[in-house]
Ligand binder design. Structure first.
Ligand code: GAL
Ligand code: ZN
Length: 698
């Protein structure tokens, strides 16, 4: 290998706010309780309520042949269990669980609260969600419930209680799956009342709220609590702090509901882990706030076939899941074997693609690889969605591949629980994401997830493994910390970044960071005010860039930077392999170097001569600031320089285009996302884990 030995053991406390198990409380069971004795988890969503019982028997036989060891059951079975208000029909579910258990298949049993039966909305329309225009959304699809509805809550919790009582001791029960893909938003009166309650908690009195929301602007002053609404549709731009607080409230309200269900389950089955399925970088829900309440971090991941950036997006998302799991293992709870049904033009996956995607997740810390769904539905809105058993049945190319994949995952059992070491951290914050992308900002082209990807991709290309961390995380174990965008920056986070650099770390900060406080109010003074000292630079104007004419920048050679024109040529590597100029896109800032040195400057227009990239020596570390969005090749050049500054190298040098390299435990994964074969030179001989073949070194 490259001498890239991990500095940390890969299981660091990435999350300082993750509640440590108090000594008088038993430790919570985690993914290990499922993988112990089973190895990698393999399976999918199983919806037997859509099929006659004879099919169940065939299902279990096919699952066994495919090495399936875990299925998620009952996600959408509320109406089947409770066909009339207050009734219970568990007989069918008893038989399903017994059959699965007899087949040696464990069950991730869902609370079926994501889709209430029509009777709930029919009798109690106030349980149905209301959109921001005040229109009710009806039953006939799914997710038609209001997170703040007391009636929904009462009915859901009664059902969860009975489900938990019924199956607490069932030997098939291995994990609880609460609801499904939490993300509902409602603007009804119940929600407005709950929002006001949340605001009272946060601000105490109206005067404080008025100040926080800046209601002297546009005559928005609130004189009574009852005047406060959720941010419903309005004639023009809405109050950004009201919007931000509503996003915080919505995430909290959903979490409160999840926790209410979870607590019922935990009380009855303290040794059974509880999870719900995340959706990657899903904007409405702050997963950093949720993750400490999960026993297992689980994700649903649906890459778009045909998107050349899919592998990079996947890697970034998997790294987020590992971060949410505190550096430990996590699982893919849903993915697709082939095309989905919910895009306009659902491209299929090339042969072997789903296997590659699954292995990529393993490489990045997943111990479970499950699919939506086991058997393709004949009816309903998802009848064109891929499955593990397609409509054509088991005698198909696709199902054969599913079986082969199930078999090969058995051979990856030694990887279970293995860490994925990283020396680079990438900071992401949901609250800042919400605040940054508010209406009425300088440019809606500067998007937080795009920025994450722009900073992440060059690292991925170099085979540099990255941990995703929340603001305020412990950073001392990392050699490089990358902050693509932290628009909203608290003093505490600014201080933690500053002391990280002071103590020898290397920091790279992207544009439009450190702009606002946690209320979304702009910091006054030259920006980024809270980071000015560590960056040794400051700015005074955000300047979105026109598409035409191009705004050029130029790298400055190191000798020039030092003001040492006589430095011997060749001692300073050209920072840009593509030439000395690059194009700035989308965004620019009028900056001034203070103690920092410009590494690149703008060449055109009003910005001519002003710094575009800056590097500051601070304490025993270095801080870099990027005041624009450079084209891709320049991002690679910049990343190479910053990596050199931090003395970080990838797990393997000279990776061909499209080849992803990442190490998990002692295993080096080389994943070829390209269309043709690729040649990679190993730095030492190795054994191939799946085939047992010997592979030669250089
Ligand atoms: C997920 C959902 C599943 C199924 C799947 C289809 O979002 O949890 O129930 O709808 O998408 O891709
Ligand atoms: Zn509502």
């Amino acid at each position: 290998m490259t001498g890239d030995s991990p500095q940390r053991d890969g299981t660091p406390g990435l999350r300082p706010d993750r509640p440590a198990a108090a000594s008088d409380q038993p430790a919570r069971p985690g993914l290990h309780s499922l993988t112990a004795g089973r190895g990698m988890l393999f399976g999918g969503d199983y919806n037997p309520e859509q099929w006659p019982e004879e099919v169940w028997v065939e299902d279990v036989a096919l699952m066994r042949a495919a090495h399936v060891n875990l299925v998620t059951v009952g996600v959408f079975s509320w109406a089947r269990i409770e066909p009339e208000p207050g009734t219970r029909d568990f007989g069918w579910l008893d038989r399903v669980l017994d059959l699965l258990h007899d087949g040696g298949i464990a069950v991730d049993l869902a609370t079926p609260t994501a889709s209430p039966p029509p009777w709930l909305g029919h009798r109690w329309p106030e349980t149905l969600p209301v959109d921001e225009s005040g229109h009710r959304l009806y039953y006939g699809a799914r997710n038609q419930w209001c997170p703040s509805s007391p009636i929904y809550r009462e009915r859901a919790l009664a059902l969860v209680t009975d489900l938990a009582d019924r199956y607490a001791d069932h030997p098939a029960l291995a994990m609880w799956h609460v609801g499904n893909e939490y993300g509902q938003v409602c603007h009804c009166d119940d929600t407005a009342a709950a929002f006001r309650g949340w605001l009272r908690e946060r601000y105490g009195d109206l005067a404080t709220l008025n100040e926080a929301w800046g209601t002297t602007f546009w005559s928005q002053h609130y004189g009574q609590w009852d005047e406060i609404l959720t941010p419903r549709r309005a004639p023009y731009l809405r109050n950004p702090t009201q919007m931000l607080d509503f996003q915080r409230f919505c995430s909290d309200a959903l979490l409160a509901h999840y926790r209410a269900e979870r607590d019922i389950l935990r009380r009855r089955t303290p040794s059974v882990p509880v999870t719900t399925n995340f959706m990657g970088f899903f904007k409405p829900v702050d997963y950093w706030a949720w993750a400490p309440h999960e026993d297992v971090v689980a994700n649903d991941w649906y890459p778009f076939p045909g998107d050349p950036r899919s592998p990079v997006r996947a890697a970034l998302t998997h790294d987020l899941m590992r971060g949410l799991a505190g550096g430990g293992p996590w699982m893919l709870l849903e993915q697709a074997t082939d095309g989905v049904n919910w895009q306009k033009h659902n491209l299929p996956k090339p042969a072997g693609q789903f296997r590659l995607e699954s292995l990529q997740a393993v490489a990045r810390g997943a111990d479970g690889l499950c699919y939506f769904q086991w058997r393709a539905s004949r009816f309903g809105a998802e009848r064109y969605h891929a499955a593990m058993v397609p409509h054509a049945g088991a005698d198909t190319r696709l199902h054969t591949r599913v079986r082969e994949h199930g078999a090969e995952l058995r051979r990856l059992a030694p990887l279970v629980g293995q860490p994925v070491p990283a020396r680079v951290a990438l900071v992401h914050d949901w609250q800042s994401w919400w605040a940054c992308e508010s209406d009425g900002r300088p440019s809606d082209r500067l998007l937080v997830t795009d920025q994450l990807l722009r900073f992440y991709e060059p690292l991925w290309r170099r085979g540099v493994t990255v941990d995703l961390v929340p603001p305020g995380a412990e950073l001392s174990g990392y050699r490089l910390v990358v902050v693509p965008n932290l628009f909203l920056l608290s003093d505490a986070t600014a201080e933690s970044l500053t002391s990280y650099v002071r103590d020898g770390g290397v920091l790279l900060v992207g544009p439009f960071s450190g702009v606002a406080d946690p209320l979304g109010h702009i910091h006054t003074g030259r920006f980024p005010a809270p980071l000015r000292e560590v960056l040794g630079a400051s700015g005074e104007a955000w300047l979105p860039v026109a598409d035409d004419p191009p705004l050029r920048c130029r790298w400055i050679a190191d000798a020039e930077q030092r003001g040492d024109a006589d430095a011997p040529a060749g001692t300073v590597p050209d920072p840009s392999p593509t030439g000395v100029e690059f194009t700035a896109t989308i965004w620019s800032e009028l900056m001034r170097a203070e103690s920092a040195r410009p590494v690149a400057t703008f060449l055109d227009g009003d910005l001519a001569g002003a710094p575009a990239v800056l590097r500051n020596e601070f304490g025993t570390g270095r801080a870099w600031y990027l005041a624009t969005v450079p084209q891709e090749a320049a991002m690679v050049a910049l990343t190479d320089r910053v990596l050199a500054d931090a003395a970080v190298t990838g797990v393997l040098p000279d990776l061909p285009d499209g080849v992803e390299a990442v190490r998990r435990g002692d295993t080096l994964f080389l994943l070829n996302h390209g269309a043709g074969p690729a040649r990679v030179t190993l730095t030492e001989p190795a054994g191939e884990l799946l085939t047992g073949d010997r592979v030669e070194g250089p």
